[in-house]
Structures are given as C-alpha cells and as structure tokens.
Design a protein around this ligand. Structure first.
Ligand code: TXA
Ligand code: MG
Length: 373
C-alpha cells in the first residue's frame, strides 16, 4: 500500500502570517486524512500523549485494518477518540456522575475513561467486552481531524505491536509506512507516555493503566480511586482488567537490566561491574554494544573514562519524572537504531506517581529484569 505522508507543524503555536504561508499544506493533509477515514481507511496522527493510528470506530471493517497494520492481538480493545461529549450518547449506556466530574476537569486531556457500552459499538473495538474506552485528546491536529470526520475514531498507539509507542512522526513512518493510508507527521508529542486509563463502570473507580494524570489528582476530584491489582501486586498471576496490559510491550532489541536503589555510588559500582562483564563476553563472542539510560544526576557522577563505545542517554532529572515520561520511548528506539544490544537503565523512584507510570513502561521493556543495589 502506498502511504501518503504529510509533514505539518503542530497547529498550536501557529497563527496569522505563518499559518497563511502553509495553510495549503495543512488543508491538503486534512483533506486527505478525512477522506481516508470516511472511506474506511487508516490514518496516523499526533495526540498529546503518543501518535495514534485511527479508523472509523463504527465500522468493523475499518477497525480490522488497524489490527492488521499493527499486528495487534484481536483480544486487545481500542480507545475511541471524540471531540465533543455529545458523541458519547451513541457509544455508552450511561455516564455516572463521577465520570462526568473527571471529564469536566481532565478533558480534553490524557485520561481514558471506561464506561458500559452501547451495542452500536462494534465488537471488534471492544474485543467483545461490555465496556468501551473513550477519550478526548488535547491536541489541535487530533481535534481538527475528529471534528472534520465527526465520527468517533478508534486509535491505538501508532506502533507495530510490541514496539515502543511513537512520540515522533519519524517513529510512525519507521513502523507503519506502507501499512496505512495516511500519516500526519508533526511535532514530538508533549506527554510521551500513553493516557491514564480509568474504569468508571464498576463500584470503585479503578486505574488500569497509570499515566501522567495521577491517582492523587483524580482522587482530589471524586474521592477514592483504586489501582488494578495487576499494577501494584508483585508477581501478580491473574489477568489484568485492561487486556493490553498483559502483553510484553516496548521491548527494545537489546537485553535490558534495570538498576534500583538509593545510593548513587552503589549504582555506579554495579554499572561498572556489569560493563566489565560485557567486555569479557564481547572478547569471546560477537561484539556487545552497551548503553546506559540514566537520570542526569547519575550521568553527571559517572566517569565514562576511555570507554568510548559506551552510549549514555539521559532521561532528565529524577526529581522531574515527567521529563522521563517524555523521553523514554524515544530513547528505546534510539537504542534500536544504534544497534545497542545491552541496556542498563536506572529506575525512577516509584513513590512518585508519574515515576510509577514511567516505571510501569520501563519494567515491561526490560521484561521485569530488575536488580536492587
Ligand atoms: O494515549 C493513549 O491512550 C494513546 C493515544 C493514541 O490516544 N492510545 C493508546 O491506545 O495507548 P492502546 O490501544 O495502545 O492502549 C489502549 C489500552 C490497552 O491496554 C487496552 O487493553 C485498554 O486500553 N482498553 C481499551 N478498551 C478497554 C476496555 N473496554 N476495558 C479495559 N481496557 C481497555
Ligand atoms: Mg499501544
């Protein structure tokens, strides 16, 4: 399939003269994207969290194309994106008062709300569940597209299944060029990790996927909220309530080890030990290319000496985990393009709620391989 790729600026900071100069390009991109959705095709577009791969949510045939393009397991339901709350009327059976309250505060924004669904929503979207996930994205390109098609758009992250979610247009092109009808490339996404998913269909509101909107923030609006056991219980053996949370995700090609601990000198000691071990291995077999993924605080303390083959990526300050949320998926992809085959990553404190959301992704990308120091 020939993918039409349009590169346009985020419509956020563009007005007047500057807009007029490129308005033709912008119009062309939206015309093409709108047409593709209305004809039952697939369009990748930016949101404030990560790029999404969208199709008409009311067409089972269009939805099927998303699953095919991504290689996504069919039992993993999709999030419906809307631009106007009136659209919920056709999608959900009821909106509990608490759900309305969090929509008032957090929409448009990176919060996905699960509600009992209407039968009109195709089974393919919900993987046969009795609920449906909806969100209103806080991004001018996503919102403009949603407005123009005036249909709910089902959109998972625009990556091949299993790969890190795309935070840059080039990530989407890398994964989906030739597999979808249209890609709208634009700026890097702001948040960098996917939306918080909260289930409002039961008695106690339950977070199924942590994100930048935290449990604490939601509790300050509606009172008690719980975390799905799959997120908090070590060695959880059950089935997570969000089907997507059971899959291995974000796995870089490299083997990955996470270092967790309080003392920086201990972490550095361990890093050096692990690096010496890889050197020994690489002396025996094919070369090993390690990379470190660290907070800027630890990176500053680390003397890389004459190990010039060592790549160090920093995800920002450990005191500002939203920086790590923004950078993490891009770093994983860079490790792949640089053919890194061994990653040592520093854990963030998961006592911070955003740190917890980042650690949820980091643990998956490392296949839960973590060592305490
Ligand atoms: O930020 C985001 O949420 C991005 C952008 C594009 O909006 N989308 C995204 O979609 O991350 P996806 O498909 O990669 O993740 C959706 C998650 C999966 O874990 C899925 O299992 C869960 O939401 N989910 C969807 N519908 C559900 C439902 N009815 N009940 C429980 N979990 C559901
Ligand atoms: Mg995804």
């Amino acid at each position: 399939m020939k993918t039409k790729i349009y590169d346009i600026p985020s419509l956020e900071n563009i007005a007047g003269e500057a807009y007029n100069m490129i308005s033709k390009d912008i119009d062309k991109a939206f015309e093409s994207a709108t047409k593709a959705i209305l004809e039952g095709g697939t369009v990748a577009f930016p949101t404030e969290t990560v790029y999404g791969l969208g199709a008409n949510a009311l067409s089972a045939k269009a939805i099927q194309k998303i699953f095919e393009a991504k290689g996504r397991p069919l039992d993993n339901p999709l999030i419906l994106h809307i631009w106007n709350r009136d659209q919920l009327e056709g999608l959900v059976l009821e909106i509990p008062e608490k759900a309305t309250k969090i929509m008032d505060v957090f929409w448009p924004g990176p919060l996905t709300i699960i509600l009992p669904r209407k039968p009109e929503v195709p089974d393919a979207v919900t993987a046969g569940l009795s609920t449906v996930a909806v969100r209103m994205p806080d991004h001018p390109i996503a919102m403009k597209l949603l407005k123009q098609v005036n249909l709910p758009i089902a959109a998972p992250s625009a990556n091949l299944s299993g790969r890190p979610s795309p935070t840059k247009g080039e990530h989407v092109v890398e994964d989906l060029n030739g597999r979808v009808n249209v890609i709208i490339k634009s700026n890097e996404t702001k948040v960098g990790i996917e939306s918080t998913v909260i289930d409002m269909s039961g008695d106690v509101p339950t977070i199924l996927r942590p994100g930048i909107i935290t449990k604490g923030q939601i509790e300050s609006v509606i009172g008690r909220v719980q975390m799905d056991q799959a997120l908090t219980e070590k060695d959880f053996q059950g089935i997570p309530r969000a089907p997507g949370m059971k899959y291995t995700h974000y796995a870089p090609k490299a083997a990955m080890t996470i270092l967790d601990g309080q003392a920086d000198d201990k972490k550095i000691e361990k890093i050096n030990q692990l690096l010496i071990k890889t050197e020994n291995i690489s002396a025996g077999i094919a070369s090993r290319k390690p990379a470190l993924v660290l907070s800027e605080e630890l990176a500053r303390m680390l003397a890389t000496g004459n190990n010039t083959s060592l790549t160090v990526y920093t995800y920002g300050s450990r005191r500002k985990p939203e920086q790590a949320a923004h950078a993490f998926f891009d770093i994983l992809r860079k490790c792949d393009t640089e053919c890194v085959d061994f990653i040592i990553a520093e854990a963030l404190p998961d006592t911070d709620e955003v740190g917890f959301a980042v650690m949820n992704r980091m643990m998956k990308s490392a296949g839960h391989n973590i060592i305490g120091v």
